[in-house]
Write a protein that binds this ligand. Sequence first.
Ligand code: GLC
Ligand code: GLC
Length: 811
Amino acid sequence: MKFGYFDDERSEYVITTPRTPLPWINYLGSEDLFALCSNTAGGYSFYRDARLRRITRYRYNNSPLDSDGFHVYIRDGDTVWNPGWQPVQTEPDFYRCRHGLGYTVIEGKKNGVAVRQELFVPKGDNCLLMRVRVSNEGADEKALKVFPYVEFCLWDAMDDSSNFQRNFSTGEVEIDGAAIYHKTEYRERRNHYAVFWADRQPDGFDTSREAFMGVYGGPARPEAVFSGGCTGSVAHGWQPVAAQQFNLTLAPGAAEELIFGLGYIENPQDEKWEALGVINKTRAKAMMARYADGAAFDAALRTLSEHWKGLLSSYRASTGDEKLDRMVNVWNQYQCMVTFNMSRSASYFESGMGRGMGFRDSCQDLLGFVHMIPERARERILDIAATQFPDGSAYHQYQPLTKKGNLDVGSGFNDDPLWLIAGTCAYIAETGDFGILDELVPFDNDESLAEPLLEHLRRSFNYTRTHLGPHGLPLTGRADWNDCLNLNCFSEHPGESFQITGPSEGPVAESVFIAGMFVKYGSVWARLCRALGREEEAADAERSVEKMTAVTLDAGWDGEWFRRAYDAFGHVVGGKECEEGQIFIEPQGMCVMAGIGKEDGRAELALKSVRERLDTEYGIVLQQPPYRRYHLELGEISSYPPGYKENAGIFCHNNPWIVCAEAELGHGDRAFEVYRRTCPAYLEDISEIHRTEPYVYSQMVAGKDAPTFGEAKNSWLTGTAAWTFVSVSQAILGIKPELEGLRIDPCVPSDLKSFTVTRRWRGAVYVITVSDPEGRQKGVRELIVDGERLEGNVIPARPEGSVVKVTAVLG
Ligand code: GLC
Ligand code: GLC
């Protein structure tokens, strides 16, 4: 069942009922001020850090879901309704929500009144803008009351949701004409405030939630709206809000537009006050003046749309498959930008109070946005590298506000170092900027320990090859890519971390997955050394890679697939001898991507085992059989009920590894089949099962062992976005930036006879037409670049500004 449709012309997803299986959201903002906005205008906003600078409040895990947000109440006679249906839930005569690139438009109609609510965050400014157009489409004059409403958060979202004994007494506001200022803690340690404003004088206002909602009213039944109107309340403590009332009289056919803003203002220390206790509003007034009328609003919206057009123009495919095109050209890339902005902090599944920026997560996210925003990717790489330790290991997370490594979480996740090589080399392949390797970057955020970035990569590589276990495989540490496979931890009591490090003596756990990573990214490191003319270092790296390949084919091979690991007691994880968890997806994907076993058929065999043992109609599950009892020696993975999360869920992030691996072996049909099964646009028709947004990936889909097989959770903030973009743009459609040039190496389904990709790369534009007349799926038989035949399939970079015409024939 569908709950809307894609409007490809406008790059929008159009939702046609407010009763989506879960709130379907959008992200507004791409710099400092952000808002999450659902299809019923639920959501919240924050400045930079969703925990420390929360502007409006949101209650997760509530029933009904999603009743806090950016709501507008309409009172028309005795009828009270919202254009987005929530929170009053009066049945509308018409409803539509358009989620577009950085904006959302919600439209509702009731009893001849049409309301359109448009929301976006303008480029270069710290405010959320909202325009509300009310029109009378009926035959009689209408006397309406319109009430916009937001509830302020007292800034630190964690403290706000726990420290009530203090917070019920600290709230402060100021009211000045059409603006309501939220200034809690401004008097003491803050120099920032929030402001909600309207473009005209309201007919009433409230700033105390209790006055507006009533103590026992609530968002679905605000007393002020249902009874006499706003009361002019001034919040002292309790819950400061911004509510306003506008009385509109509309003749038949007449319409009015109101513009609102929710802004965040910082003042320099010596310009905080206008008078004792009166905040300095100069900057807020300048902000309001910037959006004083509809023309200014429209202009800002146009700038935003140009911005997105520019970003998405770096990779555009035309394949004849509308679902594929819309995912590649719009939604997958859009999600990659959201993961750039949010990492794993704020979504409808991430509270914005938990995790910092993950080291491995950020390096992988980069693979998905580096082509759109290479300068910001550069900055990100340097920030991440600065949280590496001198021995090459790394803080697992860092805080976006301070950019410092997170001490609570610490280090010891042994895949982390290699991801830095992956991210940095993807950046150099994209830009040709080898100069980044000369940048001096601190270790452990300590400037006195700064070394060139190249040295960071070298230590990443060396860390892995010097931390090997009894079989010669890399040590797992606290967890490799799989956070829930905690082989060195023995967590027995509630509340105890699964990620404490394990026994310091005796045998320790080893990871076949990291071995695969080492072969893949160690080879990339060797190529980088060679490109820099460091021949000896390259050869030395290659020897280590060869050795690791041999070890993987020995201790890492189980007979029909790659093993997953050895636990702290030296027992196999992910092998035939295991009763549960016999085969895992991660090493099959990573080892085959690395080319291990490609020559002797073991790579083929490993992927065959994946197909036979892990495949489902909704994607490939992480492992089989699921853990049905708790395994102390394995950790969190066996704490999830079978079929969920890492315990045999379809963990979408590593499905694209299989896509890349299948493409590596030339299986275009199979690669595309795997791609399609988790790709949201292809799941739109079963939205009642899938439940999350059909325009973005989710972290996890319940696996076949779960009672809710096919149900997705944790949409938006997942490494799936970056990796599927890599798999479809580089492995399937096969346009792959490398250190040496742009490699054209598609691996397509046999019924895709031709397609075109327009790719911006190192300042030039490549218009690439690929045909596969005989359905061979892979192998470039002929490559013509600007009329000339090229040997091989790597195009050296052309001068900036050129438009390069490329045709490739497979076969
Ligand atoms: C989550 C984490 C990521 C980890 C994955 C698998 O997505 O953010 O770091 O690799 O789970 O456990
Ligand atoms: C938990 C989750 C896992 C996530 C990790 C992040 O272990 O189950 O999916 O990656 O937390 O630290």
